[in-house]
Write a protein that binds this ligand. Structure first.
Ligand code: BG6
Length: 463
């Protein structure tokens, strides 16, 4: 008798990327510059001009994704392809590019899962308005969102507003906002955070108005934290760190209001963000359909290391876990911890929209990469996801980070994530040819068995 599979039919399997980490063609097709294009390039690292040239090679790449059996692929729409200056005239060529791309995916049995905004504000909006520090940009974001909902609503069911929205408080520059010259820096951080919440809620509202059946998520990068010891002080320090790392965002997405642990603190400090008339109702009435996370790593929190200087503090590495070269601790059980915690708190479907490991790799003499470490990393995480599902958590899909290799968020190409090796270096574009890594066939087997068969068949050394 066939073993019961905890993963339901129709579960979404695939991978996730962004426009700017894959497309290249940074100034083609009428695209305007984004804040990513304007980032200074670090010595010896890649710029953003070519990425993996997905803009020109997407048909070839999608054929590979189809071969692996993907039924979902997450990417982002580049706002500055649609509105090159963030406002003004819409760029039909940009809309047409995504029309063609989504058609190609759909014809290959792959549904597009779309992030509206992944750290790539049109540069003009950063320069003119200081990004999401301004409510003007919130309105322009809504205009952009409505434009793409109208155009692509019949092709895309699952949407995400902002990638990893929980980074806005600590990294407002990803929302195009500079803090220089702020009278009260912390107050401005919270104002940008509030504006992003309002932009998010408006997008939820617009999607529900324009696209019957469209589903919108709020997304965070779920950095799991544990108390460093069983000292009660560490437990409280961990709880407080988690509130600002994760809970604040999910609480607003799912419950539609600021949690009291945040409002009390802001009132005490006298820095409650400015709520325009109607903001509270907008948040309340426009909660999300599902929750989305990226999950890579966990850390611990030590009360002794907390410090009033930082909004989130005391976070330190976990001595019990191994980390990758970039110090990201590998913790598959952490994924189960976060899934269970989220489901207990919100009872909403969860979509894992990023998970993976970055490693330096080169082709071997057989023109492949024996990436058993990636197979091990991913299979251990999928096992923990399945355990969480056995324990009652509703997970609707699992997307790895990267499918072909792509540029890392910091601009490094050699931190590779894909099942498909892309033949280029940091600055040397070589021929950009695609080569299947060992994990390609493994993931194909995982998907074809709907997550039942996670075995690494060739069983080459895991170290
Ligand atoms: C997520 C981002 O934080 O992690 C991606 O959504 C990013 O943009 C991914 O690429 C992996 O991080 P990195 O720094 O290794 O590229």
């Amino acid at each position: 008798m066939e073993k019961h599979n905890v993963i339901p039919e129709g579960f979404l399997w695939g991978a996730a990327v962004t426009s700017f980490q894959t497309e290249g063609a940074w100034n083609e097709g009428g695209k305007g510059p984004s804040i990513v294009d304007a980032r200074p390039v670090k010595e010896g690292q890649s710029d953003w001009t070519t990425a993996v040239d997905f803009y020109h090679r997407y048909k070839e790449d999608i054929a590979l994704f189809q071969e692996m059996g993907f039924n979902a692929y997450r990417t982002s729409i580049s706002w500055s392809r649609i509105f090159p200056a963030g406002e003004g005239e819409v760029n039909e060529e940009g809309l047409q590019f995504y029309d063609d791309l989504f058609d190609e995916m759909l014809a290959s049995g792959i549904q597009p899962v779309i992030t509206l905004y992944h750290f790539d504000l049109p540069l003009a909006l950063a320069e003119k308005y200081n990004g999401f520090a301004s409510r003007k940009v919130v309105d322009l974001f809504d205009r952009y969102a409505r434009t793409v909902f109208k155009r692509f609503g019949h092709k895309v069911k699952y949407w995400l507003t902002f990638n990893e929205q929980n980074l806005v408080l600590t990294n407002p520059h990803h929302w195009g906002a500079k803090l220089d010259g702020a009278e009260n820096e912390e107050a401005l951080r919270y104002q940008v955070t509030h504006n992003a919440f309002i932009a998010h809620a408006k997008a939820v509202k617009s999607l529900h108005e324009l696209v019957p059946g469209g589903k919108m998520a709020g997304m965070v990068t779920y950095q799991v934290t544990y108390p460093q010891t069983c000292k009660p002080e560490d437990a409280i320090a961990n709880m407080k760190a988690k509130e600002l790392l994760v809970d604040f965002y999910f609480d607003v997405f799912a419950h539609g209001e600021y949690p009291s642990y945040v409002t009390k603190d802001l009132e005490r400090k006298g820095i409650m963000p400015f709520f325009e008339e109607g903001d509270a109702e907008l948040l309340k009435e426009n909660t999300v359909d599902y929750l989305s996370i990226s999950y890579y790593q966990s850390q611990t929190v030590s009360a002794e290391k907390t410090d009033d200087k930082w909004l989130i503090s005391g976070v330190t590495p976990n001595p019990h876990l191994k980390a990758n070269e970039w110090g990201w601790a590998i913790d598959p059980i952490g994924l189960r911890v976060c899934l269970k915690d989220m489901y207990a708190r919100y009872r909403l479907p969860i979509f894992i929209t990023e998970n993976g490991i970055g490693v330096r790799e080169e082709l071997n003499e057989h023109n492949t990469v024996e990436d058993d470490y990636r197979i091990e990393y991913l299979s251990e995480h999928i096992k923990q996801m399945k355990l969480a599902m056995e324990e009652g958590v509703e997970v609707i899909g699992y997307l790895t980070w990267g499918s072909t290799d792509l540029i890392s968020s910091g601009g490094q190409f050699e931190k590779r994530y894909g099942f498909v090796f892309v033949n280029r270096g940091e600055t040397d574009m070589r021929d950009l040819k695609r080569y299947k890594k060992k994990s390609f066939d493994w993931y194909k087997q995982v998907i074809s068995t709907n997550g039942q068969d996670l075995e690494n068949k060739q069983n080459v050394s895991l170290k």
